[in-house]
Design a protein around this ligand. Structure first.
Ligand SMILES: NC(=O)c1ccc[n+]([C@@H]2O[C@H](COP(=O)([O-])OP(=O)(O)OC[C@H]3O[C@@H](n4cnc5c(N)ncnc54)[C@H](OP(=O)(O)O)[C@@H]3O)[C@@H](O)[C@H]2O)c1
Length: 276
């Protein structure tokens, strides 16, 4: 997919949330690259950036052939601490640049009252400086809904390239998608499989068996056909491969609509009430 700053971002991305630091993470990342993923998503708070970097080095793939994302954790918001946090992330990954750096969660008014917008815009100014300094190629948001995004957009010199949000059947995020579309911001889906919970859904399973695909392949295809970039995580070689093999079929409109009609479900925190 194409970003609004001209860079290209590979689909799907490989997720590493809850992937244990150490050998499991190193092996998962190396395996993912071996089967063809070139886009790896991590975050400082996952505690596994060193292992992600090691997995990438062990893959033997050139840094320039990969797309690496990390995220600024909530305790590091603000201008100076954002600059320092990015430096630590690069050290931990063992890299001299990131393809994409995201503000992991917006400061919200529940926690910060009327200071929230100011915190988010100060943080964004530091993200822009990281681009100017060429240590980060693209910058974006994560878990920003339209109410969190407005102040950032009103003050930005660089429009965010992406917004990474919880998105899957049962959580269509129509307002955020519309706001992102209007500003040329690509939406990335976290927990596209609903952390695994959607894989046993009877409708998903029946579409999958009719098409000779797996439930995860059907869901990832559905996400892509909604114009959203899925990030999918596994630590198992067979699933890592299965989740990557999604470009040889298309869901028809009837299946797309049926899957879009699944009952509402949310598996992670809501950005307005997240207290971490
Ligand atoms: N920005 C944010 O706030 C945020 C929040 C959450 C996630 N993320 C990012 O998005 C990525 C994906 O989200 P996620 O990890 O929460 O959830 P997910 O990718 O929807 O689901 C991962 C779960 O599904 C299982 N699984 C994966 N493929 C499978 C398959 N083919 N068959 C059966 N089970 C399968 C995994 O188990 P095994 O590992 O045991 O195979 C794991 O328990 C994260 O890893 C992270 O990079 C970002």
């Amino acid at each position: 997919m194409k970003l609004n700053d001209g860079y290209t971002i590979p689909v799907p991305g490989f997720g590493t949330f809850k992937t244990p630091d150490g050998e499991i993470c190193v092996n998962a990342v190396r395996e993912a690259i071996a089967v063809g993923y070139t886009h790896i998503d991590t975050a400082a708070v996952y505690g596994n950036e060193r292992s992600v970097g090691e997995g990438i080095r062990q893959s033997g793939k050139a840094r320039g052939d990969l797309f690496v994302t990390s995220k600024l954790w909530n305790t590091e918001r603000g201008y100076d601490s954002t600059l320092k946090a990015c430096e630590k992330t690069l050290t931990d990954l063992g890299m001299d640049y990131l393809d994409l750096y995201l503000i992991h969660w917006p400061a919200n008014t529940m926690q910060f009252g009327d200071r929230a917008d100011g915190i988010n815009t100060d943080t964004w100014r530091a993200m822009e400086r990281l681009v100017d300094e060429k240590v980060v190629r693209s910058i974006g948001l994560s878990n920003f809904y339209p109410n969190h995004m407005a102040a950032v957009l009103a003050n930005a010199n660089i429009v965010p390239a992406v917004d990474q949000i919880e998105f899957h059947p049962g959580l269509l995020q129509e307002e955020t998608l519309a706001a992102c579309n209007a500003n040329g911001i690509l939406v990335e889906a976290w927990s596209p499989l609903g952390r695994g919970n959607l894989l046993s859904d009877p409708l998903i399973c029946s579409v999958a068996s009719r098409l000779g695909k797996s439930p995860s392949q059907v869901i990832l295809r559905w996400v892509i056909q909604r114009g959203v970039l899925p990030l999918v995580k596994s630590v198992h070689a067979d699933r890592i491969r299965e989740n990557f093999m999604i470009s040889d079929f298309v869901l028809d409109q009837e299946d797309m609509d049926a899957i879009a009609g699944l009952p509402e479900a949310r598996f992670g925190s809501h950005p307005d009430t997240a207290a971490f």
